[in-house]
Design a protein around this ligand. Structure first.
Ligand SMILES: [Zn+2]
Length: 233
């Protein structure tokens, strides 16, 4: 049984702090709606003058990557909004590890991923002119030039994530597939990276994690105390 409904009892929070680096140009899309007065057709998503990788986008990326890993581990992976399976999981108290990490409509998420902004506000945008190809006919659309904005490679983004009540660090043998999955996630982000945002098919948006550390906090006498720290490997 994997009943992950443990929020009545907060035992541990593990805080992950590090940086994401985009190895290739990056754009988290605002779709085709540029800001008013914009000189480009497709703009970078900005908040208060800074580009932002929303925590929700990172969470979606991590979830879908770990879904593919979980299914190779033999789990029946399901759509996060599949009401029938979620009802089944809730009734039996036997949740899949993906819901056990990211939550579902009935179960709170055990991870919190914060919006990510460039370190010290340092970033460069550049523009690229593209040719709009008609999706159906594969031909150039009439008047089909457009400009898009991208964030230059090697931008360093502040990465923050909380892991709640999942005992991933310090490393020890543990019978919890969520730990296995989260470790695979961090190893992937450190080695080959994962792709986020627009134009992934042409290699854009490849992000890796750097200099990530964990701090573990436990509840003692009503206070969260730091009980350990280390490097995310
Ligand atoms: Zn599930």
């Amino acid at each position: 049984m994997s009943d992950y409904r443990d929020f009545h009892k907060l035992t541990t929070i593990i805080k992950i702090d590090g940086f994401l680096v985009n190895e290739t140009p990056l754009r988290i899309g605002t779709g085709r709606e540029p800001p008013l007065g914009s000189i480009v057709d497709i703009a970078v998503y900005m908040i208060d003058g800074l580009p932002c990788i929303p925590g929700s986008s990172l969470k979606g990326l991590f979830r879908s990557y770990l879904e593919s890993i979980a299914s190779s581990m033999g789990y029946k992976v399901h759509n996060p909004w599949d009401d029938n399976i979620i009802k089944e999981e809730t009734k039996s108290g036997n949740f899949c590890p993906i819901c056990g990490i990211f939550g579902n409509t009935e179960l709170a998420s055990h991870v919190r991923i914060y919006d990510s902004y460039p370190k010290d506000g340092i970033f460069h945008k550049f523009q690229k002119t593209g040719i709009a190809i008609d999706r159906e006919f594969g031909s150039v659309k009439p008047g089909g030039l457009f400009t898009e904005e991208l964030i230059a490679p090697k931008t360093k983004w502040i990465f923050k994530m909380d892991i709640i009540n999942i005992d991933i660090y310090p490393e020890k043998p543990i019978d919890d597939d969520r730990v296995k999955l989260l470790k695979i996630l961090f190893q992937t982000l450190k080695s080959i990276g994962l792709s986020i945002g627009a134009r992934k098919s042409v290699g854009c948006g490849l992000i890796k994690i750097e200099d990530a550390k964990w701090h573990k906090y436990e509840l003692h006498d009503g206070f969260m105390r730091m009980v350990g720290e280390g490097e995310v490997k």
